[in-house]
Design a protein around this ligand. Structure first.
Ligand code: DGL
Length: 236
C-alpha cells in the first residue's frame, strides 16, 4: 500500500515514525512543507491552497491513502480536502478527539498551534487549551534545547495544574523531554501513536521516501535519528 503523509515541516515525521513502528512494511511517501512553514497562523484560504498542492503532489506519486500529519490542516481544512479529493483521507486529530470523548481525564490540557486552538476543535474536551505559536519555529530552527524554548515552555504552562497533556501539534512530541523537565512525568498524549493504534493498513513491503520543500541540517539529523533506510529529496 502506498501511503502519503504530510505536514508543514518535520513534525509529521513523528506521526510517520508511529505508523512505521506499527506497520513496518508499507511504501511511505512523506512531504514536509518546510519552505512555507509555519502553518499555525496562516489564513484558512492559504492553508487550503498549500494542502491542496501537497495532496496533488502525493496523488502524482500514486498514493492509495493520505494521512494529514498536521493538526493545523486537520482542524481547518479537513472537510474542504475530503470534498475536493477522491481518495481516503485520514486526519491526525479525529482519533485523539474520539479518545477524549471516551475517557474521563482530570487536569487535562491541549497545547497546539494558534489555528488549531482557534478552530474550536478541542472545545469542552480539556480543562486548558493553550496556543503555543513559538514552538514550531523554534523546533524547525533547531532550537529545541535553547533558553528561548525553556522560556516559551514556562510562559505557556506556568501556574497550570496538568496531569494529562495532549500534544495537539505533531511537532510537539519532539519536545517531550523538555516538557517532562518542566512538568514532570505526567501523561503525554502523542496523536501519532493514537492514530497508529486505530488505523488499519495492509503491510506488504517497505520503502520510505522523504520529500521536503526546503532541507537543512536539522532535517537530515532528525531523519537519521528516526529512520534506518530511506531516500530524502528537496522538491519545489
Ligand atoms: N505540525 C503542525 C501541526 O500539527 C505544525 C503547524 C505549523 O507549521 O505551525 O499543527
Amino acid at each position: 500500500m502506498r501511503i502519503g503523509v504530510f505536514d508543514s515541516g518535520m513534525g509529521g515525521l513523528t506521526v510517520l515514525k508511529s505508523l512505521i513502528d506499527k506497520y513496518p512494511n508499507n511504501y511511505y511517501i512523506y512531504f514536509g512543507d518546510t519552505l512555507n512553514m509555519p502553518y499555525g497562523n496562516k489564513s484558512v484560504k492559504e492553508l487550503e491552497q498549500l494542502s491542496s498542492n501537497i495532496i496533488a503532489f502525493l496523488l502524482n506519486k500514486k498514493v492509495d491513502i493520505i494521512v494529514i500529519a498536521c493538526g493545523t490542516i486537520s482542524s481547518n481544512c479537513l472537510d474542504y480536502l475530503k470534498k475536493k479529493f477522491d481518495i481516503p483521507i485520514y486526519d491526525i486529530l479525529s482519533p485523539t478527539i474520539e479518545f477524549l470523548k471516551e475517557v474521563k481525564l482530570d487536569n487535562t490540557a491541549v497545547i497546539a498551534t494558534t489555528n488549531t486552538i482557534k478552530s474550536g476543535i478541542f472545545n469542552n474536551l480539556t480543562d486548558y487549551q493553550i496556543e503555543c505559536p513559538l514552538f514550531v519555529p523554534l523546533i524547525e530552527e533547531g532550537k529545541i534545547n535553547s533558553i528561548e524554548m525553556e522560556n516559551a515552555i514556562e510562559g505557556y504552562l506556568k501556574g497550570k495544574k496538568i496531569d494529562n497533556l495532549i500534544l495537539g501539534c505533531t511537532h510537539y512530541p519532539l519536545l517531550e523531554k523538555n516538557l517532562t523537565n518542566y512538568l514532570g512525568k505526567i501523561n503525554y498524549i502523542n496523536m501519532g501513536k493514537v492514530l497508529a493504534n486505530k488505523i488499519v493498513l495492509d503491510d506488504e513491503y517497505y520503502f520510505l521516501e522523504l520529500n521536503f520543500s526546503k532541507i537543512n541540517a536539522n532535517i537530515y539529523r532528525l531523519c537519521a535519528r528516526l529512520f534506518n533506510d530511506y531516500e530524502i529529496k528537496e522538491v519545489k
